[in-house]
Design a protein. Structure first.
Lengths: 477, 353, 314
C-alpha cells in the first residue's frame, strides 16, 4: 500500500515539525516591557524599528522591546480595524491614517494624550516643536481642537516629480516658448512656480505618439504630459479633488463648523463644481489608464518611473523608488518642485493641499508601565537627533528644529520644498463616518473621471448623501 | 446496517441522566439565556460554551447507549462545524436584528429594521438591486463560461495519449494560484500601457486599446480571469466522468453504427451529468461570493460592484456589522432558494430519466 | 451521419472506444491548447526572473536569451535569480542592511497549517461521511444541506463573531486556532465528496465481514477504508488547493508568527514605498505554487480515479 506509507511518513514529519514549533514558541522572561505596535510594512517604519533596536536606551532602566507587526499596506486597515474592534487588545501602539482618528477614538481604542503631555514637560516641548498644520492633521479630534491623540510617524506631502532631460532640452524649451509664450520650467525653483494653467500647457505640450520627436530623439513608446492620482481605490481621487476645491476657494464639508455647517450648498457650490471640472480637464493629458479609474498613487508612480510621463504629482513617501536605478528608468533624470497651485489675483500661488502620511497613537488598554515606556519611546523618537537621523535615511520630520536646519534639504532632492510646503497642508474629515463619506464620494468621482457623469451631478450626489448621513449622525442640525 | 441495535428505551424527560439530551437542551437554553442577560459578555460566553458542551455530551452518551453509530460517527464533524461555522452564523444572524457598529460600544435591538431599510430605503434599495443584478450577471457569465471551457478541455483530455500527464497538470495550474497574484497579474495583462493585450492590439490596429473603459470590457476582463482560474475545476470533474465510461458501450455503439451526437447523449452524458451538476453547484456558490478579483481589477468601477464586495465595504471598512450581516442574510436567502430549486430540478431530472 | 462526426472526431471522440490509442497528433493538439491555457502562468514564472525595470518594459520582453540572434534584442531580458533570494532576505530600505523577510517562516506556516487542517478534515469528514452513508439519520439530506449552507455566506460575515470567540478563548494568532478553523472550512466539501464514495461501495463485502464476526470498527478500517484510498487522495488535493490560497481568515486570525504566504504576499503588492514589485511577487507566487503543484502532479492518477469512482456510478 504505497499511499499508506506515504501518508504515514507525511504524518510523522508533521508531528515532528509541530513538536519543534511548540518547543520554539516558549517565550522568555515576563519582567521586560514589550511594546506591541502595528505598522504598515514600508521603509519609514522599517527605519524606525531598525533605529530603535540599535540606539534606544530607555531612561527608566527597564528592558524595553519594540515588537513590531509589519502588515502589508493593502491589508493594513482591515487588519488593524479587526484587531481593535474585536477587542483583541493586542497592540499598545498603532500607526493610523489621520482620517481614521475619529472612528477609532469614538470606539474607545485610541488614547487621549493630553494628560501625558501635561505631566511631562519634555513631551510637551516636543509636541510644541511640531509644525502646527501637521499637529492639527495628525493629532487632533475633533479636527483642529486642543484634544491630542497622535504623534507623527511619517509626515507626507505632494510634490512635483519632473523629467530634467526632457524639460531642460533646448529644442523643447524653444518650441514651448513659441507655442505658449511661456518659459518651460527646468530647474527646481522654476517648478515651484508652476500653476495649474502652466501644468495644463505642459500636459498638452508633451503628449507624444510613438516615433514623435521627444527631447531630440524619437519616442520609443507613447508619451504623456502629466499625471496625478485619480483612482477609485481608497482616497486616490479625493486627495486630488480636495486640493483643487480648497485652492479655488471652496471647501469640503467642514467638521469644525458642525453642527451649523451644511454639506449641501457647500460641497456642491459653483466654486467646487468648477474646481472639479478643472481637475477633470487634465485627464486627457494623462496615460490612458486614468480613464479606467485605476490610476492610483502607485500606478502614476509606476508610469513615471517607467519613463512614460513628463510631470507627475505624487507623495514624497513614494520618492525613494524613483531615485533607485534598480526600480526606476529615470533615476538620473529627476528634478523636484512644489506641487502646483492656483494663481490668485495678486500673482501669488495658493497651494493648499491634502496632507498625506500617518501618525501613530497609543491604545486605551495600556497599563501605566506600558504608557510610561511608550512615552519614553515617543520622546526619543521626536528628539532632534533621532528625527535628523531618520530624515537622513529617507524619513521626513515635522519638527521645526529638524527641518529648518539647512542640512535637511540635502538629505533628499525633494526636501528643498519641504519646509515651505508644510504651511499649506490641510486634512480631510476626522469624523467617525469617514469611511462612509469617502467610499460614496470615491464612487461618484470615479463616474466623473471615467466620463460617465458631469461634475455638477457628481457633487450634487455627494452633497445629498453627506447631508443625509451627517444629519442622521447628528453632525448637521 | 444489518446489525440490529439493542433498543434501550429513551430516558424520561424529567430524569437527571447523562443521556437525557432533551432536558440538557432545555436546561442549557435556560441557563445560557439568563447568563447572557445577567453577566458580562466574556463570562456569559463561557457559560454558553459549557452548556453547549453539556448538550453535546448528552447527545454522545445517548447515541452510545442506544448504539446510534451514525450519530457517533457524525458527532465530531457536527461539533467542529457547529463551533466554527454554525455558531458564528447564528451570532451574526442575531446581530442583524440589532443596530450595532463594531467600532462603537452602543448596541440596540431594532428587529427587522436593518432588513426593511435595505429593501425600501431610497438610497440603499436601488444599490442593493444594482449589486444583485451585477452578482447574478457575473454568476451566470462566469459559471457558464467555466462549464463550457471545462467541458471542452475535459473532452480534449478524455483519452490516453503520449505526455497527457504532463500537459494535464499545465491546465490544472491556474486554480492553484493565489487570487492576489492572479488579480495583480491580470491587471498587468489588461493595462493599456504595459499590458500584453493592449500592446498586441495596438500593433495590429494602431489604435489605443483600453479594456476597462466600458462596462462590457470590465465585465469581460473579470469573467475571463475568473473563468480561466476555475475552469480546470469543472474540467477535472467532467474528465473523471468521461474516463469512467466503460469502453464496451462505445464498442457496442460502433457496431450498431450509432451517430456521434446520439452516442454522446445516450452513452457519455449520463456518466457526466452528475458531475456536471456537482461542478455547477459548487461553482455557483463560489461565484455568488465573488469579490476579491473585482477589488483587485476594477475596485467596483464601471458598474461592476457585487453584493459580496458591498458586504465587505459595509461590514469591514465602515464597521456597520449589523447592516452587513442583514445584507448577507438576504444574499444567503437568494442562494438557498436557488440551490433548492436547482437540487429539485436535478432530482426530478434524474428520476424522470 | 458521417459528415456530422467531424467536429467530434476533432475533439477526440473518434477513438473514445479504444482508450489509450490516441497518438502524437492528438498530443500536438493538446499541447497547443495547454500552452495557451498555461500562458498567463508562464508569464508570471518568466517575470520572476526579471529585474523590476524589465518587468514592465514596452514591448514586453518574453525571452531569457536571444537563441543565437533569432529573437530581436528588444524582446530579450537578462534573467536573474535576485528575486528568489529577495523572497527570503533583502534590504527593506535603500542602502539598509539585508534582513530576513520571514518568508521561510511563512512558507512553513502555510504548509503546516494547510497540511494539518486538510488531514484533520479528512479524518473527521471521512468518519462523518461514513456515518451519513451507512447509518442515515432522520432528515439526512437536510443535515447535508445545512452543512453545505455554511459555505454559502461571504466569509466577512462570520469573521467578527469568530474573532470575538478566538479572543475569549485565547486562540487568536495561534496555530490551533487557524488549523481548527480551516478544518471546519474544509469539512463540507470533504463530507460531500467522501459520502458519495462510500455510497458506491458494495455492501456485500462488508456484510460478509460482519458475518465472519468482525466488529464495526474492523469493518470500517479493514474493509471500507482501503477501497476509498483514491477518493481520500482526491479530496486531499481539492482541500489542499482551496486551503492553500485562503486569504481573509488568514489575514485576520494569524499573528506575525503564524502568518501564511497569501497574506505576506501583499508585501510585494504595495510594500516598500513602491507599487507592485513585479519580479518579487512573481517569485513568491512561483515558489508558493511548487508544493501544491507537485502534490497534484503525483496524486493526479488517484485524483481522476477517485472522482470517477465516487460520483458517477450511481
Amino acid at each position: 500500500m504505497k499511499y499508506k506509507t506515504r501518508l504515514k511518513s507525511f504524518a510523522t514529519a508533521l508531528s515532528f515539525v509541530s513538536l519543534m514549533t511548540v518547543g520554539g514558541a516558549i517565550k522568555a522572561s515576563a519582567e521586560d516591557v514589550v511594546l506591541h505596535m502595528a505598522v504598515p510594512d514600508w521603509p519609514p517604519t522599517r527605519i524606525m524599528k531598525d533605529m530603535f533596536d540599535r540606539e534606544y536606551k530607555p531612561a527608566s532602566g527597564n528592558k524595553v522591546t519594540l515588537d513590531v507587526d509589519f502588515i502589508p499596506w493593502p491589508d493594513f486597515y482591515t487588519r488593524v480595524n479587526a484587531s481593535l474592534t474585536s477587542g483583541e487588545k493586542k497592540y499598545n501602539m498603532a500607526v493610523s491614517d489621520s482620517q481614521w482618528l475619529g472612528a477609532f477614538i469614538e470606539g474607545g481604542y485610541f488614547r487621549k494624550i493630553n494628560d501625558l503631555i501635561d505631566a511631562d514637560p519634555d513631551l510637551k516641548k516636543a509636541m510644541d516643536g511640531m509644525h502646527p498644520k501637521i499637529l492639527n492633521a495628525y493629532s487632533t479630534y475633533p479636527n483642529s481642537t486642543a484634544n491630542y491623540y497622535g504623534f507623527p510617524q511619517f509626515p507626507d506631502i505632494l510634490v512635483s516629480y519632473a523629467r530634467k532631460d526632457i524639460f531642460c532640452n533646448d529644442e523643447e524649451q524653444k518650441n514651448f516658448k513659441a507655442k505658449y509664450n511661456k518659459k518651460l520650467p527646468c530647474t527646481g525653483e522654476e517648478f515651484d512656480d508652476v500653476d495649474w494653467e502652466l501644468f495644463g500647457n505642459i500636459g498638452e505640450f508633451f503628449m507624444r505618439k510613438k516615433g514623435d520627436m521627444l527631447a531630440g530623439k524619437p519616442a520609443d513608446d507613447d508619451f504623456y504630459g502629466v499625471g496625478f492620482q485619480v483612482g477609485k481605490g481608497y482616497d486616490f481621487s479625493t486627495s486630488s479633488v480636495n486640493s483643487f476645491i480648497w485652492q479655488a476657494g471652496g471647501d469640503i464639508w467642514d467638521e469644525t463648523k458642525a453642527p451649523d455647517g451644511h454639506a449641501e450648498g457647500q460641497v456642491n457650490s459653483d466654486v467646487a463644481v468648477k474646481a472639479l471640472d478643472h481637475m477633470l480637464s487634465f485627464i486627457k493629458y494623462m496615460p490612458p489608464v486614468a480613464k479606467t479609474g485605476t490610476m492610483d498613487i502607485f500606478k502614476t508612480d509606476e508610469l513615471f518611473r517607467a519613463g512614460k510621463i513628463a510631470l507627475n504629482v505624487d507623495w514624497v513617501g513614494l520618492g525613494e523608488a524613483s531615485l533607485d536605478p534598480k526600480t526606476s528608468q529615470v533615476a538620473d533624470k529627476l528634478v523636484f518642485g512644489m506641487a502646483p497651485g492656483t494663481r490668485g489675483a495678486d500673482g501669488k500661488l495658493n497651494r493648499t493641499s491634502q496632507i498625506g502620511g500617518q501618525p501613530f497613537v497609543l491604545t486605551t488598554w495600556n497599563t501605566d508601565i506600558i504608557n510610561k515606556e511608550a512615552v519614553g519611546f515617543v520622546k526619543w523618537w521626536l528628539s532632534k537627533d533621532v528625527q535628523t537621523e531618520y530624515a537622513s535615511k529617507g524619513g521626513q520630520s515635522a519638527i521645526k528644529d529638524v527641518y529648518s536646519d539647512p542640512k535637511y534639504s540635502t538629505y533628499r532632492p525633494w526636501n528643498r520644498t519641504w519646509a515651505s510646503s508644510l504651511d499649506y497642508q490641510k486634512d480631510m474629515w476626522h469624523v467617525p463616518q469617514f469611511y462612509d463619506l469617502l467610499t460614496q464620494q470615491q464612487d461618484q468621482y470615479d463616474l466623473a473621471i471615467t466620463g460617465k457623469q458631469d461634475a455638477k451631478t457628481t457633487l450634487d450626489n455627494v452633497a445629498k448623501y453627506q447631508e443625509n448621513l451627517l444629519k442622521e449622525a447628528g453632525l448637521i442640525k | 446496517m444489518t446489525t440490529t441495535a439493542i433498543q434501550t428505551p429513551p430516558t424520561a424527560f424529567t430524569t437527571l441522566a447523562l443521556d437525557n439530551w432533551k432536558l440538557a437542551i432545555a436546561g442549557g437554553l435556560g441557563v445560557s439565556i439568563s447568563a447572557c442577560l445577567a453577566m458580562p459578555a466574556t463570562s456569559s460566553f463561557w457559560v454558553v460554551a459549557v452548556m453547549m458542551a453539556l448538550v453535546a455530551v448528552t447527545f454522545v452518551v445517548n447515541a452510545f447507549r442506544r448504539h446510534y453509530y451514525g450519530g457517533l460517527l457524525v458527532s465530531p464533524a457536527i461539533a467542529v462545524l457547529f463551533v466554527m461555522n454554525i455558531f458564528p452564523l447564528l451570532w451574526s444572524l442575531g446581530l442583524s436584528f440589532f443596530s450595532y457598529q463594531s467600532n462603537q460600544q452602543a448596541i440596540r435591538f431594532v428587529g427587522l429594521a436593518n432588513y426593511s431599510k435595505l429593501l425600501t430605503d431610497d438610497l440603499k434599495a436601488p444599490e442593493l438591486w444594482a449589486n444583485l443584478t451585477n452578482t447574478a450577471m457575473f454568476t451566470v457569465l462566469t459559471v457558464s463560461v467555466q462549464m463550457v471551457i471545462g467541458f471542452l478541455l475535459a473532452v480534449l483530455f478524455a483519452k490516453q495519449f503520449p505526455l497527457r500527464r504532463y500537459l494535464l497538470i499545465l491546465v490544472l495550474t491556474p486554480m492553484m494560484l493565489s487570487v492576489v497574484a492572479v488579480g495583480v497579474f491580470f491587471s498587468y495583462y489588461y493595462d493599456p500601457t504595459f499590458g500584453v493585450i493592449s500592446q498586441i492590439i495596438k500593433a495590429w490596429t494602431g489604435e489605443q486599446f483600453i479594456l476597462f473603459s466600458s462596462k462590457a470590457g470590465a465585465v469581460a476582463g473579470i469573467v475571463f480571469a475568473d473563468a480561466w482560474m476555475w475552469s480546470p475545476f469543472v474540467m477535472l470533474l467532467v474528465l473523471a466522468g468521461l474516463v469512467s465510461v466503460p469502453t464496451y458501450l462505445y464498442e457496442a455503439a460502433a457496431i450498431d453504427r450509432v451517430g456521434s451526437w446520439r452516442r454522446f447523449w445516450t452513452i457519455t452524458f449520463p456518466y457526466i451529468r452528475g458531475l456536471l451538476m456537482l461542478a455547477l453547484l459548487f461553482r455557483t456558490i463560489e461565484a455568488f461570493k465573488m469579490a476579491d478579483l473585482i477589488i483587485l481589477l476594477t475596485k467596483g468601477g464601471n458598474d461592476t460592484m457585487t453584493i459580496s464586495y458591498h458586504v465587505i465595504r459595509i461590514a469591514n471598512e465602515q464597521n456597520k456589522t449589523s447592516e452587513g450581516a442583514a445584507l448577507s442574510y438576504l444574499l444567503l436567502f437568494v442562494v438557498i432558494v436557488l440551490t433548492n430549486l436547482y437540487l429539485y430540478i436535478a432530482n426530478r431530472r434524474s428520476q424522470g430519466n | 451521419m458521417a459528415t456530422s462526426m467531424t467536429i467530434w472526431e476533432k475533439l477526440g471522440f473518434r477513438k473514445a472506444s479504444r482508450v489509450g490509442e490516441a497518438g502524437w497528433g492528438h498530443t500536438l493538439w493538446a499541447a497547443l491548447v495547454s500552452f495557451i491555457y498555461f500562458l498567463p502562468v508562464l508569464i508570471i514564472v518568466i517575470t520572476s526572473f526579471k529585474v523590476q525595470n524589465e518587468a514592465l518594459s514596452v514591448p514586453a520582453k518574453f525571452f531569457p536569451t536571444s537563441f543565437f540572434g533569432l529573437i530581436p534584442e528588444q524582446y530579450v531580458f537578462t534573467p536573474t535569480l535576485e528575486n528568489f533570494t529577495s523572497v527570503f532576505s533583502r534590504a527593506f530600505t535603500t542602502g539598509g542592511a539585508v534582513e530576513n523577510t520571514g518568508f521561510d517562516r511563512y512558507f512553513f506556516n502555510s504548509m503546516f497549517i494547510a497540511g494539518t487542517s486538510v488531514l484533520l478534515a479528512l479524518v473527521i469528514g471521512t468518519l462523518a461521511a461514513y456515518g451519513f452513508s451507512r447509518y442515515p439519520l432522520k432528515g439526512n439530506d437536510t443535515y447535508l444541506f445545512i452543512i453545505l449552507t455554511t459555505r454559502m455566506l461571504p466569509a466577512i460575515v462570520v469573521i467578527i463573531p469568530i474573532i470575538l470567540m478566538f479572543r475569549i478563548v485565547g486562540l487568536s494568532g495561534s496555530y490551533p486556532g487557524i488549523i481548527f478553523l480551516y478544518t471546519a472550512f474544509n469539512l463540507p466539501f470533504t463530507i460531500w465528496m467522501m459520502k458519495s464514495f462510500f455510497d458506491e461501495l458494495s455492501l456485500d463485502v462488508e456484510d460478509a465481514a460482519r458475518i465472519d464476526g468482525s466488529s464495526e470498527l474492523r469493518v470500517f478500517f479493514k474493509v471500507c477504508l482501503p477501497q476509498v484510498v483514491a477518493g481520500l487522495a482526491a479530496t486531499f488535493v481539492f482541500g489542499l488547493i482551496l486551503t492553500w490560497n485562503e486569504f481573509l481568515f488568514a489575514l485576520l486570525l494569524t499573528g506575525s508568527d503564524t502568518r501564511t504566504v497569501p497574506v505576506a504576499m501583499n508585501q510585494a503588492v504595495a510594500g516598500g514605498g513602491i507599487g507592485v514589485l513585479w519580479g518579487l511577487l512573481a517569485a513568491i507566487e512561483t515558489l508558493f505554487l511548487i508544493p501544491v503543484f507537485l502534490v497534484t502532479f503525483f496524486l493526479q492518477n488517484h485524483l481522476l480515479r477517485g472522482v470517477t469512482f465516487g460520483t458517477v456510478k450511481r
